[in-house]
Design a protein around this ligand. Structure first.
Ligand SMILES: [Zn+2]
Length: 244
């Protein structure tokens, strides 16, 4: 007698991911998730090198050149550290090195946030508070890095709150920019990062959640890179110099 196999028309997407991580532990991605994590940020490394070279090429003043270097290196560091961590996580060996890069992967986000604010605080006039804001943002980045090192994978909700505080709160001063051009791109970039956090926290709930977070980081970065190029670099005189 022939048995008729019932073929389900729905693919079970849960096969693409593993169960959620237990408290205090890191999520273990499936092989395809590992690969997606590596590719999504690995592919950004050559792009960020090109981005830095382009920013250096169009810079017109000494300050613009410094900013192109700082922001360019932050881009390269973000994607390189991320890709290295995910590659080590996939290969499953070198546990100590992998743990180091896991902490570095979280810590570099704070450097990246501070580096994303720096071009604006350096080249734009914020009614006189740009220097204080610059100190505040970099001090917060250092606090974030120390936090990543000390409480790695412990208080995960606190980690997200810290990212959001450091990432979002300084944006309040954007309204003090005397020249407001670029503010929409900054807002859209920020919105992309914040939306991405939903996926950052969805490992084991949505397949490829971490790779999707990577893509939101890429889109947010593209908005900010576009704005820096269009409004800050390539100007013959920096706005900050005109008002001092
Ligand atoms: Zn990642």
């Amino acid at each position: 007698m022939k048995t008729i196999k019932r073929v389900s028309s729905h693919y079970d997407f849960r096969r693409l991911m593993n169960p959620r991580a237990k408290k205090g532990e890191a999520y273990k991605p499936t092989d395809v998730e590992h690969m997606a994590n590596i590719i999504t940020h690995g592919g950004c490394i050559p792009l960020s090198v090109l981005a830095m070279l382009w920013m250096l090429y169009i810079s017109q003043t000494r300050l613009q050149f410094v900013i192109a270097l700082v922001y360019g290196w932050a881009l390269i560091a973000l994607f390189s550290v991320s890709c290295t961590f995910h590659s080590l996580a996939f290969c499953g060996k070198f546990q100590r090195l992998k743990n180091f890069f896991h902490i570095a992967d979280r810590a570099v986000i704070y450097i990246f946030i501070a580096s994303s604010y720096s071009p604006w605080l350096t080249l734009r006039d914020f009614s006189g508070i740009e220097d204080e804001m610059m100190w505040l943002i970099w001090i917060m980045a250092v606090i974030g890095i120390v936090y990543s090192y000390t409480f790695h994978e412990k208080y995960k909700i606190l980690e997200i709150i810290l990212y959001l505080i450091i990432g979002v709160c300084p944006a309040a001063v954007a309204f003090m920019m005397r020249e407001p051009s670029g503010i929409y791109e900054l807002f859209l970039g920020g919105l992309s990062f914040i939306t991405g956090v939903v996926f950052f926290k969805s490992d084991g709930v949505i397949p490829f959640a971490h790779a999707i977070w990577h893509l939101f980081v890429l889109v947010g970065t593209m908005f900010h890179f576009y704005a820096i190029n269009l409004y800050l670099l390539g100007q013959e005189v920096d706005e900050i110099m005109m008002t001092k």
